[in-house]
Design a protein around this ligand. Structure first.
Ligand code: CA
Length: 505
């Protein structure tokens, strides 16, 4: 049997996607000839579709034909009219609770227990929190000096990570939605990878003061440096170096120990998606997620605009009405947030998504949610909240990669699994990111930036299950520090873009 030419997902689908470019005139399946060249990952019509007719993939309506479409036509993003989003007020909850999940091949990993309680650490880092962007310039100079002069003396510490961000001053600090960035920065300062050590740098005149960032007990001379209290630049650098060294000494004593999967918190995200993402990389991640959940671990998935069109499917997987109602609330909050900016969920898709065959946000969402596997959803979190349950959790965040990352870190993830079709060098300084690509050409092209290739699923050389198990092992090995990701090797770290839905003054 040769390599398949197309992938059709559900029996009722009236389109399929091209595994590789299909030349005009080729017979794609019995009775269907391509009428134009069909680019890789793009859709071909399997039947004639009249104007206004449904275009169906994943068994759902992606949109309605703008003009009549003939069997064998290439269907691009200009040919679909977007349907209305699903109503979140009439969803059914808890009607699809899957209890049979795949058994994980291992039950133990090696991590750093968290003195603050909660999930364990996957790396040993000195985290330096900041209250305001104004301190970044000085802190960056100090961190460079710390890495050069201090870090080599403390070999058990992996790195020094300043949490530089754009929040802190010139913001409407009393606006109701200011709670989101404030919660994010507070939770980030206590990330499991920081081993319970607080180091905070403030300026002294900012709105987001040290007592808004820290618990009262943490505001001590051992933990906090205010730059305006220091006499000149050298004094600032000297104080930062002294404090860092004291913290590094303590952190250097941290040791990995065997831990149950219930101490592991993993985040799932996708970015630069293509039409393969939903049939290869994301379902493989979903399979790994199901195994993690079965083993007692906690898995977060996010990205509101990328679940919005499949939200009723998630509602059916919510363990009870309370969880389901929170899901609906988060969707409404985001609908409203977008509406205030005079856009809707369709603003999500990128030129790269479209080039990769994703015609609209419905198609993107149906692929995106497959990364959640099949487990029941035990909790729904607002952006940057910490989980209180174990199992699969929906953590509402923007879909933007660089904003979702910090939100999930604030929720306490020790590791992120990131699926991509088009490719992105995305990485986080605070936790390792495992990059999973959706197609073989991506792995060939970026061989040293992609950790796991899910492409063989599209070509029939591997199953979702096989890549899912491979990814599960990768997650355990990276979390346990036995392996480092490509992004870690090259120190690819995106900025900490903190979600701030409140106004800037
Ligand atoms: Ca994303």
């Amino acid at each position: 049997m040769g390599k398949p030419l197309y992938i059709k997902i559900k029996e009722q689908d009236n389109v399929a996607i091209a595994v590789d470019e299909i030349k005009a005139g080729s017979e794609v399946m019995e009775g269907v000839w391509a009428r134009q060249n069909i680019p890789q990952a793009h859709k071909i019509a399997l039947i004639d579709i009249p104007k206004g007719g449904e275009i169906i993939r994943y068994g759902v309506i992606l949109g309605y034909a703008v003009t009549p479409i003939s069997k064998g036509d290439w269907i691009n993003e200009h040919m679909l009219e977007l349907p209305e989003p699903p109503d979140v007020d009439s969803m059914e909850f808890g009607t699809n609770l899957v209890t049979e999940l795949p058994e994980p091949p291992v039950a133990v990993w090696e991590g750093y227990t968290n003195p603050n309680g909660g999930p364990a650490g996957t790396r040993n880092l000195l985290g330096i929190s900041t209250t305001v962007q104004c301190v970044t310039s000085v802190l960056n100079v100090a961190v460079e000096k710390m890495r050069r002069e201090l870090l080599p003396k403390y070999p058990n510490v992996d790195d020094i990570v300043p949490i530089n961000h754009a929040y802190g001053c010139g913001v409407a600090i009393d606006a109701p939605e200011a709670k989101v960035p404030i919660r994010a920065l507070r939770n980030l300062s206590k990330h499991p990878n920081f081993g319970g050590q607080m180091m905070v740098v403030g300026l002294g005149c900012e709105k987001f003061s040290v007592n808004m960032l820290c618990d009262e007990a943490d505001i001590t001379e051992e933990n906090v440096i205010i730059l305006q209290d220091k006499k000149g630049f050298d004094d600032m650098i000297g104080s930062l170096m002294d404090m860092a060294e004291k913290k590094l000494k303590i952190l250097n004593e941290r040791k990995r120990e065997p831990l149950p999967l219930s101490d592991l918190l993993v985040g799932m995200q996708c970015g630069g998606s293509d039409a393969f993402s939903g049939v290869t990389a994301n379902p493989a991640a979903g399979y790994a997620s199901d195994m993690l959940v079965k083993g007692g671990a906690t898995v977060l998935f996010s990205e509101v605009t990328e679940v919005r069109d499949g939200v009723y499917l998630l509602a059916q997987r919510c363990v009870n009405e309370e969880v389901g109602k929170k899901l609906a609330e988060e969707m409404k909050w985001y609908d409203n947030y977008l509406k205030e900016g005079d856009v809707d969920r369709s603003a999500n898709t990128t030129p790269g998504n479209k080039k990769g065959g994703l015609a609209n946000i419905v198609e993107k969402a149906m692929g995106s949610i497959t990364k959640s596997g099949t487990s029941p959803i035990v909790e729904v979190l607002s952006p940057a909240e910490k989980p209180t349950k174990k199992g699969l959790i929906y953590a509402a965040t923007p879909a933007s990669d660089i904003v979702c990352g910090p939100c999930q870190l604030a929720s306490g993830i020790g590791l992120q699994v990131f699926m991509t079709g088009r490719g992105t060098p995305y990485g986080l300084a605070m936790a390792p990111v495992i990059k999973v690509c959706s197609r073989n050409n991506m792995k060939d092209h970026w061989m040293d930036l992609i950790d796991v290739n899910a492409g063989p699923i599209a070509t029939g050389e591997a199953t979702i299950e096989e890549i899912g198990i491979l990814l599960f092992h990768e997650i355990i090995d990276v979390a346990s520090g036995r392996k480092h990701t490509c992004a870690e090797k090259y120190r690819l770290h995106n900025d900490m873009c903190i979600f701030n839905p409140a106004p800037i003054t």
